[in-house]
Design a protein around this ligand. Structure first.
Ligand code: GAP
Length: 491
């Protein structure tokens, strides 16, 4: 378990290393928006690729051991505004806020007890004698824009506050074009925007962020089973990618907390260093038939599903005793079509594991960040900062060093680097003492450092140093690529 982190020092480290920068910083930044630097962007890509690979291309088998059917989607950020009417976002996606007539500040009503008064920071908002707070009023969190050249009420559109609705409105398209049968899931990764009243805690609550969402469509009678399945699969995914400390916890929401669409939600939470209580990384929600029914009502389109296989199985079973009696079979079929067939038409239920890319990335950074003491080149203890990323997520997978830049070691090292480069994110570093080069890679979280030394020139073997154990093994030069492939394989 990592120790408590000083968040100011941590944010400076993340900036210095090129993980995260404040957006448009040279103009003073903009609250709630962040940029990812050279290491951060690789980390983010690795997170999204791991999710896509583990959930869409190669998901774990279902509760019955059968293969899971998952497909992907990439929807527009701006959609017909009626989508947001149907989803309930136009009327209900708001936070209650209060204004202060004295300082002109605007605050979330549920955070008054935590926020310092801008005029007198030693007391909470509303507690200074000059504070003049209004009654709480709803404030819609959707970013509004206009489509086209005319800025009128008729041309208002919204930046999506979640990727989920793009999946619901494409349910029929995916069904028709891919001939999938229920149960199946549609996955999407993409940007979402929320005009948060109080963005805070570094990137945790941002105004622009990315989501990784799955809408899993199933038969209503199986929905509880799939809800439990996804809750466990998603929790285990975080553990597999390195959130192994007891800071990760699933928490079933109480009835009073549930969103309007949900009949059960488990939040997968992480105890971030800036908070006293674990905070949400992902919500796994049982949404029932809320979304498809709402879009069917608002669009006038039929979004129900007909269970063809179930219906054919019933016909086969009921007609089997009348193989040789055509008239009787026709008679029974008519009755079944009237009484039984409608039962095979239903609106699927939806289980939704909805994760935030940026929140997971922040948790990965916090969990990976540590300081320890290692011997320097002369054997003296030295403090190092090391990012203990899971190798699959590490921005750089390996660094290649010549021990010294002579006797042809640099040529061999550079050649190896060029051979590895098409396959892995690797760097070549030949400047400074070897200890310094190791430290640089420890700070970037590079799991393996490969060094070409005198022995390489004699027997073609290189050393591979493990970032966490500091152990060094010798591997034949020709085997390095295979060794790395194995070490980085998803498992
Ligand atoms: N479709 C359901 C949905 O959007 P949500 O709980 O509002 O549910 C899902 O959001 C996830 O999106 C959260 O668990 C979180 O990881 C991420 N998220 C939500 N708001 C965010 C914000 N302001 N900044 C960063 N991530 C956010």
């Amino acid at each position: 378990m990592s120790t408590k982190i000083d968040m100011v020092k941590f944010a400076r480290f993340c900036k210095d290393m090129g993980f995260i920068y404040p957006s448009s910083e040279i103009y003073g930044g903009i609250n709630g928006f962040w940029d990812y630097g050279p290491l951060g962007v690789e980390l983010k890509r690795n997170i999204k690729e791991a999710w896509w690979y583990d959930m869409v291309r190669n998901p774990p088998p279902g509760p019955d051991g059968r293969e899971l059917r998952m497909v992907g989607l990439d929807c527009a950020i701006i959609m017909n505004p009626r989508v947001w009417q149907a989803s309930g976002h136009l009327s209900g996606f708001s936070d209650l806020m209060v204004d202060c007539r004295e300082c002109k500040g605007r605050f979330r009503a549920d955070q008054l007890l935590e926020l310092p008064c801008p005029l007198k920071p030693s007391v909470r908002v509303g507690k200074y004698e000059k504070c003049q707070l209004t009654e709480p009023r709803p404030f819609n969190l959707m970013f509004q824009t206009y489509v086209g050249a005319i800025q009128s009420q008729d041309h208002i559109a919204y930046l999506r506050p979640e990727t989920a609705q793009g999946i619901f409105v494409n349910f029929k398209n995916v069904l028709d074009s891919s001939r999938l049968k229920i149960p199946f899931g549609i996955a999407q990764i993409g940007k979402a925007f929320r005009n948060e009243i109080n963005p805070r805690n570094y990137t945790f609550r941002s105004r622009e962020f990315e989501q990784m969402e799955i809408e899993f469509f199933c038969h209503p009678r199986e929905s509880q089973m799939w809800y439990e399945y996804w809750r466990d699969v998603r929790k285990n995914w975080y553990v597999r990618l390195g959130l192994t400390s007891d800071k990760l916890r699933p928490r079933e929401q109480g009835r009073e907390e549930l969103a309007h669409y949900s009949c059960g939600t488990t939040d997968i939470e992480y105890l971030f260093p800036f908070a006293d209580e674990p905070q949400e990384l992902e919500g796994v929600a049982h949404r029932g038939d809320f979304d498809l029914s709402a879009h069917a009502r608002h669009s006038g389109k039929d979004l129900s599903y007909f269970d063809e296989d179930g219906w054919n199985a019933l016909l086969l079973e009921r007609l089997a005793p009348y193989q040789n009696d055509k008239a009787q079979r026709e008679e029974i079929k008519k009755v079944l079509e009237r009484d039984e067939k409608p039962k095979f038409q239903f609106v699927p239920h939806v289980i939704e594991p909805s994760a935030g890319v940026d929140r997971f990335l922040l948790a990965v950074l916090c969990e990976a960040y540590s300081e320890d003491t290692v011997p320097d080149a002369k054997g003296r203890p030295e403090t190092r900062t090391v990012m203990r990323f899971h190798p699959r997520l590490a921005p750089i997978k390996a660094a290649v060093f010549p021990l010294v830049n002579k006797d042809g070691m640099d040529e061999v090292a550079y050649k190896l680097y060029r051979e590895l480069k098409p396959h892995f994110a690797v760097v070549y570093d030949h400047s400074g003492a070897i200890g310094r080069r190791y430290r640089r890679q420890d700070e970037a979280g590079t799991p393996f450092c490969i060094t070409i030394d005198g022995e390489t020139l004699q027997n073609n073997s290189v050393t591979i140093r493990d970032r966490d154990t500091l152990q060094q093994i010798r591997v034949n030069l020709d085997e390095v690529q295979r060794w790395l492939t194995e070490a980085l394989r998803p498992h």
